[in-house]
Design a binder for this molecule. Structure first.
Ligand SMILES: [Zn+2]
Length: 372
């Protein structure tokens, strides 16, 4: 994620902090000190927030490690002021697996609560009123346990794309098609999101308003993605291949690419060596190469070498997912060892729009995994 500070890899997963998170810490220090609180009170307030975010991180690791059991890797885990975000490379196809991955996060918070419990002084805990705005050494553990229980409960609200919404979709998937289940779960999520916004507005809680918007947009995105993917169902790469495309040889100078760009409609080009694709060049890459290296640089020095070779018989859904994962807009299509054409994401997007307009029967969509 952009504007994030990496804090290293844990069990092979990149963990990073978004810069807005640092603002949250600075705000806590500032608001404590300006309210006349002592340095000690401020220290506990900061420590408490950091402890909460350690728990949020562990929650995300719950999802990530559960997904790993099903062979799904996590690109990274990012900490934002509103929670954590684990980016999984895909979602499990089977409802049971999705259920396990979704439940694994809240389960971590329950486990943390149970681990804290033996260390509590129960009499003191019962007598104490939880005030999360004034946590000190004595109330620290009790408050942390309360927050973990709250995290588990809050995330289980069936508001897609929160964990509870994923649980709802997985359960619905046992009874119906995935696209229908996603549509229902997204609808429930948006309904609850509007409730959050209204509650936040009248209760004067900006956090709830923010979460409401986050859920609303997230649910909308998931529903659109589900619809998009269902449009690709049953098609193969061969169905969208463009046999008419422009290519360059590896030793050609970049100004040859500029001429192709200016003379035709194409914005992406294949780079060939012995009639086989070894790289790609987009308009942006050409412009960048031109300004950095001049017009004479050979294309092989500046081309993108992350080439995704798509077999013509590959399911279109899988090809699209692969292109998203590798963030490539353009890929050569192969029939065995032979180059037969290209596909680009714009071309697939148009195909999806046409399919959606024709309203073909929908089934089996899914894509990325976000969670708070
Ligand atoms: Zn979660």
């Amino acid at each position: 994620m952009k504007y994030s500070l990496s804090i290293g890899k844990i069990v092979g997963i990149q963990v990073q902090i978004h810069w807005t998170f640092l603002i949250l810490i600075a705000w806590i220090i500032f608001s404590n000190l300006s309210a006349g609180n002592t340095a000690e009170q401020t220290f506990w307030a900061v420590l408490f927030v950091l402890a909460i975010f350690v728990c949020v991180t562990l929650h995300e690791f719950g999802h990530a490690l559960a997904a790993r059991r099903y062979g799904i890797e996590t690109q990274d885990i990012t900490l934002l002021p509103i929670g954590g975000l684990a980016r999984l490379t895909s979602m499990p196809e089977k409802p049971v697996e999705e259920l396990v991955v979704a439940l694994a996060g809240p389960a971590v918070n329950i486990v943390i609560s149970l681990l804290i419990y033996p260390f509590l002084d129960i009499e003191q805990a019962v007598a104490a009123t939880i005030n999360l705005r004034a946590v000190d050494g004595e109330s620290f553990l009790f408050s942390l346990m309360a927050v973990n229980l709250w995290l588990a409960v809050f995330n289980m609200i069936p508001a897609f794309p929160m964990d509870g919404g994923r649980v709802l979709r997985a359960l619905l998937c046992f009874r119906m098609e995935r696209a229908t289940a996603t549509r229902i779960a997204a609808g429930v999520g948006q309904f609850l999101a509007i409730g959050f916004v209204i509650l936040g507005f009248f209760g004067g809680n900006p956090f709830l308003i923010f979460i409401g918007f986050f859920i609303f947009l997230g649910a909308q995105g998931e529903a659109e993605l589900a619809q998009a993917k269902s449009a690709l169902q049953g098609y193969r790469v061969a169905d969208v291949v463009m046999r008419d495309f422009s290519a360059l040889q590896t030793h050609a100078p970049i100004h040859a690419a500029v001429e192709l760009l200016l003379n035709g409609q194409s914005r992406n080009f294949l780079v060939l060596e012995n009639d086989l694709p070894v790289g790609t060049l987009s308009r942006d890459e050409i412009v960048r190469a031109l300004s950095q290296h001049g017009a004479a640089v050979p294309v092989e020095h500046v081309m993108n070498t992350d080439v995704q070779y798509l077999p013509a018989e590959m399911p279109l859904e899988e090809a699209w997912q692969r292109m998203q994962q590798h963030r490539v807009e353009f890929a050569p299509v192969m029939q065995g060892q032979r180059l037969v054409g290209v596909v680009d994401v714009e071309n697939i997007a148009e195909f999806m729009m046409v399919q959606n307009a024709l309203k073909l029967p929908a089934s089996q969509p899914n894509f990325s995994f976000k969670t708070t």
